[in-house]
Design a protein around this ligand. Structure first.
Ligand code: ZN
Length: 317
């Protein structure tokens, strides 16, 4: 498939001007903090780690525009990568994900204290104290393909307990070994250790540009804050019965090594492969399912050498 023929999902939700949110109140642009004056956790709701994942922007602006004030503890709301977000081009809506680096893979001391420079490294260095200060983090993302929403988090009880308690999304991708492709925001500093002060979760809310995805982001952000007693929970009638939870563990993150990377058939995510079955070809290398019930997540829609190609997972039974 040529680049030009690349189909674009309907753009139901578009970026909006965020200049009104630039002036924060903690000395870092696009970061807003509210103290309740009462004891409680410090919760961070982070949007736009990837510039084209605009559902997080919708959730963050929903909270700010509705005048959210935590009933307990401290609430921080941040828009991470506004520079990439502002590069949005409706003709190439996937391109504003990042400018140079993936802002969600550079949260190690090596990168943050290193010599390299990029818009993402500059922004991560700015946001570092904001992320480090939080007890609990919700980092809001979306997917290029139209698949069910799911949580992503390192395999620690503190994370699973919260994601399962909230129960929506009902699908969980658990990472026993981390991502294998860098350090995500949710594993920065203490958050990536046994001394973590609390939970740190990614929520993938659905396809980037769909209205339902932004609705999911708003609902998940509100549920996360309600879990910590910061907001009143939305009325049960609105929420309905909690669905059965389905958990997967990440086995491998396959990077794209060659320009010839391609899947054996079009994949969107959650397709299941038997052990040894061919999933993709990457030049001369065959990417095969390492186990039965191997489930692919987040297959790239447009392979780029050096970026992630696909996550291979299996159900946790
Ligand atoms: Zn993302």
């Amino acid at each position: 498939m040529s680049e030009l023929a690349d189909p674009v999902a309907p753009l139901e939700v578009l970026p909006r001007d965020l200049s009104a949110y630039r002036e924060g109140n903690v000395g870092v642009p696009y970061v807003h903090r509210f103290e309740s004056g009462r004891p409680g956790p410090h919760v961070l709701i982070n949007a736009l780690t990837h510039g084209n994942e605009i559902c997080g922007m919708v959730a963050a602006t929903h909270l700010l525009d509705s005048g959210v004030r935590p009933r307990v503890g401290t609430l921080t709301i941040s828009f991470a990568h506004v520079e990439a977000y502002e590069s949005f081009d409706p003709q190439q809506p996937y391109e504003s994900r990042q400018l140079v680096h993936n802002l969600n893979r550079i949260w190690s001391d090596e990168w943050l204290d290193g010599e390299a420079d990029s818009p993402e490294l500059r922004r991560a260095r700015e946001l570092r104290p904001v992320v480090a200060a939080a007890d609990h983090i919700l980092d809001i993302h979306s997917t290029s393909q139209d698949v069910v929403p799911f949580w992503v988090y390192p395999a620690a009880e503190r994370n699973a307990r919260v994601a399962l308690a909230i129960g929506r999304p009902s699908v969980h991708l658990v990472m026993p070994q981390g991502l294998g492709s860098g350090t995500p925001l949710i594993q920065h500093g203490r958050h990536g250790t046994d001394q973590a002060p609390g939970c740190a979760l990614v929520v993938e809310c659905g396809q980037h540009f769909l209205r339902a995805t932004s609705d999911n982001a708003v609902a998940t952000a509100r549920a996360f804050l309600a879990h910590w007693g910061m907001l009143e929970a939305d009325a049960p009638a609105h929420i309905g019965e909690v669905p059965v939870q389905q958990r997967f563990e990440l086995l491998q993150t396959r990077m794209v090594s060659t320009p010839e990377f391609r899947f054996v058939r079009p994949l969107v995510g959650f397709e299941v492969f038997a052990q040894g079955e061919l999933i993709a070809l990457d030049g001369d290398e065959a990417v095969r399912a390492p186990c039965d019930h191997c489930t692919v997540l987040m297959p790239t829609r447009s392979p780029v050498v050096g970026r992630e190609g696909v996550y291979l997972a299996r159900p946790i039974r």
